[in-house]
Design a binder for this molecule. Structure first.
Ligand code: HEM
Length: 460
């Protein structure tokens, strides 16, 4: 029996390295041990896999030889609640996805195009132009507003401001590695008053919950068939047996969509702004492509532009935002890449390592959007949204938002990066974000005939 290679470093030290410097941790072990190795992530001992064929084998068999148990994602429980799709498994998980997925289908998402552009317009227009701004903060404002409008159906106003404030406060708890540790170690989850990280978190969570429950009650009291937001669709949705979601289930799913969709998309958008301004020729090529696409391109036409799409793909390739897939667990003895795994072993696809495999992506540490124009990568060589039974539900919304916001900003604003040196990818909670948040400087607004703007899109 051939055992999976295990690093010699003490498990406690590995855990610390994983929390503080996850990329170095994964890269070093791969260099030493190859595409399959054992890793110590928080309290979990997992086999990490980066070979695309093996990742494909795991993800396409994760309702058989492997499972995708919700229990393995318990780290999210305090944030999302135990009825979240991420915490469910087996049949309950499959049924919940069936219920959640229709509102996220590509066709439905298209109707949000005008809202996304108008939110970008509003947000970018409200930033003072006489001093530098942090792109990640601006992108967070955009992605939060998009989720609030598309998922919750809540647009600007008092409710919106309160919700925004407390959601940001909850997320701030996990912003830096030191306080993110509270997620990994349940013993740190203690309410030591309103100023302690956990105390602050649970107070904000209570306020957010109250608002969500009020919104759910309002939709139940006044069902509106014309509403297109995802909450309205979910309130009236039923499973094949005709059962609707309970208030608690709805609350947990809204929280899930908010947390899975807000930070991730904002981070991707700030990386996209970083690369397009680090290499101005990339920005110019996007502008040229937009200019040659007619006077009033519609959101749908914009999202189909090949070069813009390649820039967004390369952004998620080089900085995949989610470093890993969720864990899958071995259900029956299996041989994976020559190693025998026994039932109960947790395995995870390392999205980051696959995207940085020199055999698949030559000059893997270089930003080269053209590679996506010149070659078709398989669904397991390029896996920013995972795969199998837990493949990202919000993928269509994320692509749509990333492309539209990037096209909007690039075609409407002259911006530059404040720092000349590289922006390093670092842990931001459970995602991989830019170390300084991408600091940018305004150099005025571009005035052009077919600049992407709200009126142009409405008339389109
Ligand atoms: C750039 C943005 C995003 C990235 C990179 C991303 C990435 C991922 C990844 C890697 C997974 C795990 C897949 C697996 O284990 O195979 C996932 C799951 C998930 N994502 Fe996303 N995501 C993004 C945006 C969104 C958005 C916008 C939403 C919804 C509004 C969303 C909702 C979810 C949900 C609910 C799951 C869990 C699915 C399940 O457990 O069945 N994500 N995402």
């Amino acid at each position: 029996m051939k055992l999976v290679p295990t690093p010699k470093t003490h498990p406690a030290l590995q855990m610390l390295q994983w929390i503080l410097d996850p990329l170095n941790y994964m890269e070093k072990i791969r260099k030493q041990h190859g595409e399959v190795f054992r890793a110590k992530l928080s309290s979990m001992d997992v086999v990490m896999v980066s070979d695309p064929n093996l990742v494909q084998y795991i993800l396409t068999n994760d309702r058989g030889i492997f499972s995708a148990p919700g229990e393995a994602n318990n780290i999210f429980l305090p944030l999302l609640g135990d009825y979240s799709v991420i915490l469910l498994d087996g049949e309950a998980h499959r049924k919940r996805r069936q219920l959640l997925m229709p509102p996220f289908h590509g066709d439905k998402i298209k109707s949000y195009g005008d809202s996304i552009v108008s939110i970008s317009d509003r947000t970018m227009g409200s930033i003072p132009q006489d001093k530098p701004f942090v792109a990640r903060k601006a992108m967070q404002r955009i992605s939060l507003a998009v989720i609030m409008e598309t998922v919750f159906g809540i647009a600007q106003g008092e409710q919106y401001d309160i919700l925004k404030h407390h959601i940001c406060s909850m997320l701030d708890t996990f912003e830096v590695p030191a306080t993110a540790a509270v997620l990994f170690f349940t013993s740190l989850q203690k309410d030591l008053g309103p100023w302690s990280p956990w105390g602050k978190f649970i107070r904000s969570r209570k306020i957010v919950d109250d608002i969500i429950y009020r919104e759910i009650a309002a939709r139940r009291a006044n069902p509106d068939n014309t509403s297109t937001d995802i909450l309205s669709l979910l309130v009236s949705a039923t499973d094949p047996e005709g059962n609707p979601l309970t208030d608690k289930e709805l609350r947990d799913e809204l929280m899930t969509l908010l947390f899975a969709g807000h930070e991730t998309t904002a981070t991707a958008m700030s990386w996209a702004l970083y690369w397009t301004h680090r290499y101005p020729e990339v920005k110019e090529k996007i502008r040229a492509e937009l200019e040659s696409s007619g006077d009033n391109p519609t959101p749908l036409e914009i999202t189909r532009l090949p070069y813009l799409s390649a820039v967004c793909q390369e952004t998620l390739r080089i900085h995949p935002v989610a470093m890993l897939t969720f864990p899958r667990v071995v259900m029956e003895p299996v041989n994976l890449g020559g190693y025998d795994l026994s039932p109960g072993t947790a395995v995870m696809g390392s999205i980051y390592l696959t995207h940085h495999d020199e055999k698949i992506y030559s000059q893997h540490d270089q930003f080269q959007p053209e590679r996506f124009l010149n070659k078709q990568y398989s669904a397991y060589e390029f896996i920013p949204f995972g795969g199998g039974s837990r493949r990202c539900i919000g993928e269509a919304l994320a692509w749509y938002e990333l492309k539209l916001v990037l096209a909007y900003v690039v075609s409407n604003y002259e911006l530059s990066l404040v720092h000349e040196d590289e922006e390093k990818p670092v842990r931001r909670g459970l995602t991989l974000g830019p170390s300084r948040g991408v600091k940018m400087q305004f150099h005025g607004k571009r005035v052009r005939a077919n600049t992407i703007s709200e009126p142009a899109l409405i008339s389109g």
